[in-house]
Design a protein around this ligand. Sequence first.
Ligand SMILES: Cc1ncc(COP(=O)(O)O)c(C=O)c1O
Length: 444
Amino acid sequence: MTDVADTTRTDPIRTASIGDEAWEAPRLLTAVPGPRARAHVLRDQAVTSPSLPRAYPLAPARGRGSVIEDLDGNRFLDFSAGIAVNSTGHAHPAVVAAIQAQAADLLHYSASDFYLPIYAETCERLAATAPFDGPARVYLGNSGAEVVEASIKLARHATGRQHIVAFLGGFHGRTYGAVTLTASKAKYHAGFGPLLPGVHHAPFGRVADLAWFDEVLFDRLVPADEVAAIIVEPIQGEGGYVVPEPGFLAGLRRICDEHGILLIADEVQSGAGRSGRMWAIEHEGIEPDILLTAKGIASGMPLGGMIARAPIMEAWHAGAHGSTYGGNPVACAAALATLDLLEDGLIANAAVQGDRALTALAHLPDAYPGVVRDIRGRGLMVGIELDTPERAAAVELGCFERGLLVLGAGKTCVRLSPPLVVTSEQVDTAAAILEDAIATAARR
Ligand SMILES: Cc1ncc(COP(=O)(O)O)c(C=O)c1O
């Protein structure tokens, strides 16, 4: 473990190889899915909820670094990371050791009713990362959707206002409040109404879109002084890895300041170092009032965090919010180990490898005109925009068949979100496989 810390300080790329040296990928022993995976898919389909939107028949059994091995022993280069979650890679020795040590000491004690030491320590560490001036307080939940829900309650409570603005293309989760904010695909709402009242959806991304607030929302729908919060992903995730135009987030900050509205940055996907900074909003130099984190912050253990300006969180009373499991000690131990690794080189590695991936893919729109529409992203959030949903699905499946795990996003985008330990060699291999899959899909 000490070796990890020592090498990371000087060389993020060397650090990135820790944990996966012994596992070369891709290494396909069978056509995929292999016989065990195929049998497992049938077993799964007989008993699990059909609401789960499975992407392709991967049956993961174990992992090391940026490599996943399936039930048939096939090894895949993992550029999906369990939907942008395994920030430190699979089975990082420092994270595994922290989890094992904590599990042997204390598996659970609820921080809602008692003073769990590691809970406060995790809150202190997260508060220290807050991308705003002044003191911060932190609430811990179990997932992204849970902290989105917490932020809706806190914003309404702290402002005494009820309306919330989210964005078209945004994704915030699947519980009732979170799914009401979500507007990336109509299927997430289909059949579930009525949803949470008081939620409005604004156009996302261009500075010109900001006129919607004065011309539509405040003029025709609700007075600005009844809006509690604007919740925004600094880089849209599920909506297709969309980076807003420079000035867009600053414009939101201006609108919030003018009308006493809270700005909530949903960094569940873009945060925890993935963009090449701890928080993606830092790229624009904008300070949110509340920041949400989950994926990546505990390397895959279930943990969500809501980091708020202290006076905002001090507005609610004991009993206003809590959770039996939120901030579970084992998840907190994983988060503390993860934060050490992020600060010791992995955020730097995300910036370096993200640039490398964007450079390696930059020629694709010219090489496949009309088929590849755009290459975009920041850090290790890289989006490849295809021309049709069918083509995006064909590329996703084609990568899987070649031993590379990627995931669709939006209607026509394929996203790359590898662990932050990914190496230059792995990025180059993934880019070559991806191009091969695109070339095949383009001939259809
Ligand atoms: C930006 C964002 N917010 C919230 C969520 C919901 O997180 P969870 O699936 O942990 O509830 C997600 C999940 O993809 C997300 O990308």
